[in-house]
Design a binder for this molecule. Structure first.
Ligand code: PLP
Length: 356
C-alpha cells in the first residue's frame, strides 16, 4: 500500500515492551511505544504521523472538553496459529466511525488514514501483539474537536489518533443483568447509534446504581414504555428462544451496530440457526422462560466476544439460566475464535493481514 509508505515516523528512543507482564495484561492498562496522529485543519486532513506514545497538550478552551464532539472505535488484532497477525473486520469499524462522525457533525476519515494508519502502526508494534492464547491487541481509533474557543458549534479542527493496548483474556463470570426502567440510553432521533463519548458518560450513573444492587450490567429498554429490550453497557444482546436466535432490531437507530453482533448473526446462519432481528418485549421473554423455551442469553462485543448471562432481573422477578449448558453460545464463540486464530476457514474474508 503506497500511502502507508508516506506516513512520517518518529521512533521512540526506548521500548517499554520488556516491562510488560504478558501474563497479567488486564484490559486497556498498557500502551505500546507509538501512536498515530492526524490533524484536520483548513477543511482537510493533513498527513498522518506516527510518534512515540505520550501525553498531548491542549488548551483549556478546547471544544471537546465543553461540547463533547468525540467519537471512537474498538477493534482487535490477533496472533494467528501460523504466527502471522491479522485484524478482525476493521472495514466495519471504519464504516461505523464515519457514521458516528456524520451524526456528530465531524469530518469523515479516509480508508488510507484509518486502515493504512492502523496497519502501519501495527507493523511497527508487531512484537507487542501477544502470542498467548485468547490474548489480543486492542486498537483504539478516536477523533475529537480541537477548536480553541467557546460557543456551541462544530469544531473546525480535529485530531484523529490510534493507540494500541495488548490485552489479556476476558474471563468474565456469567453476567447478572438488571432491566433498566428509569434511565434511558437512547431514543429515536438521538445519538444511540453513534459511538460517541457522551453515550458512555450518560450510562455511568445508572450503571453505578445497578452495581450497588449487585448486578454486572444494565439491560436498556426503549425510552417510551420501558417495554422492549435494546442492549447492555458495551454489548449487544441475544436470546435463544425455541431454537431461534433473536436480537433487537437496528431499525430505529437506538442501538450500536456491533461488529460482533453482525458476525454472530452471520456465523449462526452459516450453521443453520434461524436468526430474527426484531422488537423483543420483556413480557415475551418472561413468557418464553416460563414455558421453558428460553434457554440461552448472551451479550456480544469486541472486548469479550460472547458473555453469557446467568440472570435477568425485571422488577422483583428473576429469569435464571444455566450458562454451563449453553451449547449455542459455546459453538458461536468457538467458531469466531477459530476464524480469528486462523484455524477455521475465513469464508467471509474477515481477517485483514497486518503485513503484505
Ligand atoms: C454500546 C455498545 N453496544 C454494543 C457494542 C458491541 O459492539 P462491537 O461488537 O462492535 O464491539 C459496544 C462496543 O463497542 C458498545 O459500546
Amino acid at each position: 500500500m503506497e500511502f502507508m509508505e508516506t506516513i512520517k515516523v518518529t521512533k521512540a528512543a526506548t521500548s517499554k515492551l520488556r516491562e510488560v507482564d504478558f501474563n497479567n495484561l488486564g484490559f486497556g492498562r498498557y500502551f505500546t511505544d507509538h501512536m498515530l496522529m492526524a490533524k484536520y485543519q483548513d477543511g482537510r486532513w493533513q498527513a498522518p504521523e506516527i510518534l512515540p506514545y505520550g501525553p498531548i497538550c491542549f488548551d483549556p478552551a478546547m471544544a471537546t472538553l465543553h461540547y463533547g464532539q468525540s467519537i471512537f472505535e474498538g477493534v482487535k488484532a490477533f496472533r494467528m496459529q501460523d504466527g502471522r497477525s491479522a485484524i478482525f473486520r476493521p472495514y466495519e469499524n471504519l464504516k461505523r466511525f464515519n457514521r458516528s462522525a456524520h451524526r456528530m457533525e465531524m469530518p469523515e476519515i479516509s480508508e488510507d488514514i484509518f486502515i493504512g494508519g492502523m496497519r502501519k502502526l501495527l507493523q511497527m508494534e508487531d512484537k507487542w501483539i501477544p502470542h498467548e492464547v485468547e490474548h489480543a491487541m486492542y486498537i483504539r481509533p478516536f477523533m475529537f474537536g480541537t477548536n480553541e474557543l467557546l460557543g456551541v458549534m462544530p469544531s473546525s479542527s480535529y485530531l484523529f489518533m490510534i493507540i494500541l493496548s495488548p490485552v489479556g483474556p476476558y474471563y468474565a463470570a456469567p453476567m447478572r443483568i438488571q432491566v433498566e426502567e428509569k434511565y434511558v440510553r437512547a431514543v429515536e432521533g438521538g445519538i444511540g447509534r453513534a459511538k460517541t463519548a457522551g453515550n458512555y458518560a450518560a450510562s455511568l450513573h445508572p450503571f453505578a446504581i445497578a452495581q450497588k444492587n449487585g448486578f454486572d450490567q444494565i439491560l436498556w429498554t426503549d425510552a417510551h414504555e420501558h417495554k422492549y429490550v435494546q442492549e447492555c453497557g458495551t454489548i449487544n444482546i441475544f436470546f435463544l428462544v425455541d431454537g431461534r436466535l433473536i436480537t433487537p432490531s437496528l431499525a430505529n437507530g437506538t442501538i450500536l451496530e456491533g461488529v460482533t453482533r453482525d458476525s454472530v448473526i452471520k456465523v449462526a446462519r452459516d450453521i443453520g440457526i434461524p436468526v430474527e432481528e426484531r422488537n423483543i418485549s420483556i413480557l415475551e421473554l418472561i413468557e418464553a422462560h416460563q414455558a421453558g423455551l428460553f434457554t440461552e442469553a448472551f451479550g456480544t462485543g469486541t472486548a469479550a466476544t460472547i458473555s453469557k448471562v446467568q440472570e435477568i432481573r425485571y422488577k422483583d422477578r428473576s429469569l435464571l439460566f444455566e450458562p454451563l449448558q449453553f451449547k449455542l453460545a459455546d459453538t458461536l464463540k468457538a467458531k469466531l475464535t477459530g476464524i480469528r486464530d486462523g484455524i477455521e476457514p475465513d469464508v467471509h474474508n474477515w481477517m485483514l493481514p497486518v503485513f503484505e
